[in-house]
Design a binder for this molecule. Structure first.
Ligand code: HEM
Length: 298
């Protein structure tokens, strides 16, 4: 995994990611992290270039790197796309996409462990949908309606990015009688909004069913539920992120039964959150899996 904190190091040091990933010499300091990552990304880009040249598939794009290289080749672009820009985009995708999906999955498993009723219902659904299949695949994820509710409820209580990307006001305005000066910084606390008792009944209770007859969704239209943010800068990876979480959870629930170690009771499971840009579990989640369905043969 790449370094989730790298983006914040760049922010704190007031240096752009493009600059930090540059192959040009950087002052001594935390840029070493950027240089190692930069070298790795450069290798990936070079591999893609070599493959493209070898197969002469000039017009075929197999993945994100191919698409970006193709864009770079386009003539008459208003803004040139440099190799450093491409590296920054790839890094953004890794940083924004990996820790968030993983963290959501870990909280979902933690919450279902603490709520055996939910675990039983989610497992029953996954096992019914995939009982006749060779393995759990993406094609039938759409049928996992209860699992989707579990993921929504997990994102309400544990948005992996608790504080959204900071905003700045472009003009002076008035809100509720308060004069807001131009260039005011705004930090939105999505975590607190998701637990606000003015909007949620039994706000601290993990209850996926609260979404079953509700139109409230995380697509940015319901401002009481914004785990992916809202507005122009909201997360562009929602579908991919949700699919990542769904496929992982479906596999974990289909193949395994889960138990807490050392005879620990469900209410004793520690749910403390770490402090940081991504709110992961503070302490690792140690569980005992028991195989309930034979694993697919590769
Ligand atoms: C469960 C998974 C995910 C969650 C909860 C999540 C959440 C967020 C949040 C809260 C933001 C800030 C939005 C705002 O301030 O309004 C964000 C931004 C972003 N996300 Fe995600 N994300 C997830 C998965 C992904 C994935 C899989 C990708 C891409 C592969 C991705 C790419 C991005 C990018 C590029 C931004 C920055 C957008 C910008 O600055 O305009 N995210 N995400």
């Amino acid at each position: 995994m790449l370094f989730p904190f790298i983006f914040f190091i760049f922010m704190v040091m007031k240096i752009s990611r493009t600059r930090a990933l540059s192959t040009k010499p950087l002052p001594p300091g935390p840029w070493k992290i950027g240089k190692v990552t930069s070298g790795r990304l450069e290798n990936i880009i070079n591999d893609h270039k070599a493959k493209k040249a070898e197969t002469k598939l000039a017009d075929e794009a197999n993945d994100l790197v191919d698409v970006l290289l193709k864009l770079q080749d386009q003539e008459n672009r208003e803004f040139p796309l440099t190799i450093d820009n491409i590296k920054a985009v790839i890094l953004d995708m890794f940083i924004a996409g990996s820790d968030t999906s993983f963290t959501t999955s870990e909280w979902a498993i933690s919450e279902t462990l603490r709520n055996p009723r939910v675990m039983k219902k989610a497992q029953a659904e996954v096992r019914l949908v995939f009982s006749e299949k060779v393995h759990v695949d993406e094609a039938d994820l759409g049928e996992l309606n209860y699992l989707k509710l579990v993921i929504k409820e997990t994102l309400r209580l544990h948005p992996p990015v608790p504080l959204l990307i900071p905003r700045e006001s472009r003009e002076q305005c008035e809100i509720n009688g308060y004069q807001i000066p131009i260039k005011s910084k705004l930090i939105v606390n999505a975590w607190a909004i998701g637990r606000d008792p003015n909007y949620w009944t039994e706000a601290d209770r993990f209850n996926p069913e609260r979404f079953s007859d509700s139109t409230v969704d995380y697509k940015g239209a319901n401002l009481e539920f914004i785990p992916f943010g809202a507005g122009r800068r909201m997360c562009p990876g929602i579908s991919f992120g949700i699919a990542n979480v769904e496929i992982l959870l479906a596999n974990l629930l289909f193949y395994f039964d889960w138990k807490l170690p050392h005879g620990m009771k469900q209410e004793e499971l520690d749910m403390a959150e770490s402090f940081g840009a991504v709110a992961r579990r503070k302490n690792d989640l140690g569980l005992i899996p028991t195989l309930s369905h034979p694993l697919p043969v590769a």
